[in-house]
Design a protein around this ligand. Structure first.
Ligand code: ASP
Length: 310
């Protein structure tokens, strides 16, 4: 069976100053995740690895590089889902954790629950001896500056979203050589968000979904809009109805635009290895690895073939 891994680094108006680093970051993450598949690893291990690579990369709004909320704190959301069992784990509003995707996986594997939030998620992390990271180590000088600017202009979440200034959530989807699919999504959310705000990313069926019977999806964009149309599950629904993966994503993004007037992006893969990386925002950094080849893009309709993945 054909193994495929696709990643995104957030759908938004990525400024030129961040473009190169974003593309480099998604290409590196896709290569890392794909190497896991190449050595017989599972789709679940591959998406976790790829998302961790982007959480560790300060150019993305996840883990290191996360945006600050209205109180100047970092609150992180993440989900991971296994298409073989429909097992899923998520954390929301978690603090002092550099790799929330791995904590989400621990929720899936070590608890009877699907999501832990805020203090509970942190207490769980402490109980299992999960590595913590002081907030100051997660915040970049770039984010501190942008947050001060946003505060000064009194920009609310809505304004920031409409100017598409602050989202670079990360996500990965994969199918492994056994035909199992998985997805993972991780984010710091939206700059200046209210304390306690949870977006779509950690919510099953909104920020991500994976089912071996149809495929795996990871979404990005305005969380409140994605939640309203349960975007990940909507894409899966269209695949279940027989649509090609690319059409299923395009149709669902069009529906979100018509219904709640919001742009966004998603990556998806089917158990047979069909995949898509589609967005309706100005840009989305993405990369995909299949059959030893790496593809990537940033601007609409852009699909560049890179050197073979090692
Ligand atoms: N969906 C994320 C959120 O609303 C943001 C993003 O995708 O960039 O928290």
């Amino acid at each position: 069976m054909k193994a495929v891994l696709v990643v995104h680094g957030g759908a938004w108006a990525i400024p030129d100053e961040l473009a190169e680093a974003s593309v480099k970051g998604v290409k590196a993450a896709a290569s890392e995740g794909y190497r896991v598949l190449g050595t017989g690893g599972s789709a679940l291990d591959a998406v976790e690895k790829a998302v961790r690579a982007m959480e560790d990369n300060p150019v993305f709004d996840a883990g290191h590089g996360a945006v600050l909320n209205a109180d100047g704190e970092v609150e992180l959301d993440a989900i991971i889902m296994d298409g073989q069992t429909l097992g899923s784990g998520a954390v929301s509003c978690v603090q002092n954790i550099a790799n929330p995707v791995s904590l989400a996986r621990a929720v899936m594997e070590k608890t009877d629950h699907v999501m832990l939030t805020s203090r509970g998620a942190n207490l769980f992390a402490e109980r299992i001896g999960f590595k913590t990271a002081p907030t100051e180590t997660l915040v970049t000088a770039y984010e501190r500056r942008e947050w001060e600017k946003a505060k000064e202009y009194g920009a609310g979440v809505k304004e920031l979203f409409h100017s598409q200034l602050c989202h670079d959530t990360v996500g990965a989807v994969a199918v492994d050589s056994c035909g199992n699919v998985a997805c993972a999504t991780s984010t710091g959310g939206i700059r200046n968000k209210m304390v306690g705000r949870v977006g779509d990313s950690p919510v099953i069926g909104a920020g991500g979904y994976a089912d071996n019977r149809s495929g795996a999806v990871s979404c990005t964009g305005h969380g409140e809009s994605i939640l309203k149309v349960t975007l990940a599950r909507l894409i899966i629904f269209h695949i279940e109805q027989g649509k090609e993966v690319e059409d299923a994503v395009a149709l669902s993004l069009r529906y979100m635009d018509e219904r709640v007037h919001s742009g966004g992006g998603a990556i998806a893969v089917s158990p047979s290895g069909q995949w898509a990386a589609t967005f309706t925002t100005e840009r989305m950094a993405w990369a995909a690895a299949e059959q030893g080849t790496l593809w990537y893009g940033l601007n609409p309709q852009e699909r560049v073939q890179d050197k073979p993945v090692q």
